[in-house]
Design a protein around this ligand. Structure first.
Ligand code: HEC
Length: 344
């Protein structure tokens, strides 16, 4: 008789707690901070991480059906919140490059030891169990990426070592261009904000070493250009070299394949001149002893102010010339390509 009452009471409690479901709404992420955007891992790495880590360590949690049943849902939700607090791959871009390197090394260690993914998770998600090949893939790529991030951190330290007070000059040392660069620039960047007037444009390409064949990862590139009226427009709060370059500027870092992508608006010629429209670009190759330098400006093949030789360059080396041929895609966005070989 007593057992019956206990069971009934338990059933009542279980029914009651169903009125307190978990909040399954996913936190909003910023594309520019997502691990897959800032680090550009190969697809196979991303696939493993999504299966094995992303339910607890990203904003893209896939809740199982039984998360609707309490108290199981509470227990799962707690793991997710705790996992995200420890490490959220959707916010990876917020960390300094040194910290990103540490995190990836730590992940490599946990996966090697078999302590992540969590054991309780694996019982319910056997597909997230990593076999030796997958473990090795993750381990090697995370380690490699950590090394690259550290190289980048060294660069950022070099950058901040450049004396800002020598930078208030249009012809200042190219290092000045990298002052106030974010800790870990992405390979795909947006220069013009959505409210900047002008024709939208995307230029992409790949940077190679001097042999023209070997992809060059981790090259930093600084870009700046005029607005649609031909002016290096300023917001008013610019300091150092930005007082000359204006607010339409950005930094990128080529990905593991040397690729980059720039989204902005199409710049215009300086007012009342016959100078072609252009984007200035400064590159900084990885390595302790390298100094940044200007490469040839990006020009546009349909610019009426091009010199004959420049026009010829676009025709002879399509996709590899500093003179970029722009074509409107289905959405009306201008698209162009420029591959670059560095170090002559
Ligand atoms: C079921 C949810 C879940 C999954 C899946 C999961 N984790 Fe975790 N992770 C957690 C929780 C909870 C913590 C914090 C408590 C702890 O350290 O055990 C954590 C902590 C961590 C930490 C910090 C731990 C420390 O020592 O400071 C790292 C790094 C980490 N996880 C990496 C990973 C990686 C990499 C994967 C995928 C291979 C993964 N996790 C899969 C839930 C998860």
């Amino acid at each position: 008789m007593k057992t019956k009452w206990i069971l009934l009471a338990l059933a009542a409690v279980l029914a009651g707690i169903q009125a307190f479901p978990i909040n399954r709404e996913l936190p909003r992420s910023q594309a520019s901070e997502e691990f897959h955007v800032t680090e550009n891992p190969p697809d196979e790495i991303m696939k493993i991480m999504k299966h094995a880590c992303y339910d607890c360590h990203s904003n893209n949690t896939r809740y199982p059906w039984y998360a609707r049943i309490q108290p199981v849902g509470w227990w799962i939700h707690n793991h997710v919140l705790e996992g995200r607090r420890e490490l959220n791959f959707s916010e990876f871009g917020r960390w300094r490059a040194e910290d990103q390197a540490d995190i990836l090394r730590h992940c490599a260690k946990l996966v090697e030891k078999g302590s992540m993914p969590l054991g309780s998770y694996l019982r319910m998600h056997p597909e997230a169990r990593l076999d030796e090949t997958q473990k090795l893939l993750l381990f090697e790529w995370w380690k490699k990426r950590a090394g690259e991030l550290e190289t980048n951190a060294v660069m950022v330290r070099q950058v901040t070592a450049a004396a800002p007070d020598t930078c208030d000059d249009n012809d200042a040392n190219p290092r000045c261009c990298f002052i106030s660069m974010p800790g870990s620039p992405a390979s795909r960047i947006v220069i013009a904000p959505d409210d900047e007037p002008g024709k939208r444009m995307v230029i992409s390409g790949q940077i190679f070493k001097s042999d023209g064949k070997t992809p060059y990862p981790n090259v930093l590139m600084y870009l700046y250009h005029t607005n649609e009226k031909g002016i290096y427009a300023r917001k008013g709060n610019e300091t150092g070299i930005r007082r000359w370059h204006g607010h339409l500027h950005g930094w990128l870092r080529t990905d593991t394949e040397g690729r980059y992508e720039i989204r902005s608006i199409r710049p215009a010629s300086y007012p009342d001149t016959k100078i072609n429209a252009h984007i200035h670009a400064v590159v900084w190759e990885p390595g302790d002893r390298k100094e940044p330098y200007f490469i040839e400006d990006f020009l546009f093949a349909d610019d009426p102010f091009l010199k004959p030789a420049e026009r010829e360059s676009a025709r002879k080396n399509p996709g590899k010339s500093p003179v970029v041929t722009l074509r409107a895609n289905a959405e009306g966005v201008l698209e162009g390509k420029r591959d670059i070989s560095l170090g002559y």
